[in-house]
Design a protein around this ligand. Structure first.
Ligand code: AMP
Length: 171
């Protein structure tokens, strides 16, 4: 499967100078979406997780079918104020300013083997913050899996957990 043929790139979105990798075109083609899930499933199951943690929002689209395929629990990592009930949060620095992510406090049994899922890793800041958040709730982060890796940005080197991606772009 030529996955790259199913991912549309859009220049200068959401701001000038950013090349946006749009997975909408992959989601719109069931054979391509199914093949992507099958390829990601092989990467995920290599880490033998008992839970997947999904990064808002496009990470959710991949993590849900992957959790079912792996028969793993699914936990959502969301932006501030989106999750009901008791949450644990983590604030992290951005190039300009800071961001804050949260996870439900009571859904992940302590010591869970967790694989982090997102559609894309760029600088690695979001994924690194998510690993830190998962550790706050007592999870063992055994891996991180991405559909797309912008390899030129070196994001995976920011992670101190094993990681893998299905598709790599150098630019
Ligand atoms: P980063 O923290 O820099 O690794 O950014 C990763 C997050 O931002 C992921 O949740 C992606 O969905 C999103 N993202 C960053 N850069 C892009 C891009 N060029 N195209 C599409 N999504 C992106």
């Amino acid at each position: 499967m030529d996955f790259k043929a199913h991912i549309r790139t859009i220049a200068d979105f959401p701001k000038p100078g950013i090349q946006f990798y749009d997975i909408s075109t992959l989601l719109a083609e069931p054979p391509a979406f199914a093949a992507a899930i099958a390829g990601l499933d092989r990467l995920v199951q290599g880490y033998r997780p008992d839970c997947l943690a999904a990064i808002e929002s496009r990470g959710f689209l991949f993590a849900a079918p992957l959790a079912l395929a792996a028969q793993a629990r699914l936990a959502l990592i969301r932006k501030r104020g989106k999750l009901p009930g008791s949450v644990i949060g983590h604030t992290y620095a951005l190039e300009y300013g800071a961001d804050h992510i949260e996870i439900s406090a009571d859904l992940l049994p302590s010591g869970s083997r967790v694989v982090l899922i997102d559609d894309l890793i760029a600088t690695g800041g979001t994924a690194a913050a998510s690993v830190a958040l998962l550790r706050k709730v007592g999870a063992e982060v055994v891996g991180a899996v991405f559909l797309i890796e912008l390899a030129g940005l070196g994001g995976r080197a920011k992670l101190d957990v094993p990681s893998a991606s299905l598709l790599q772009y150098q630019d």
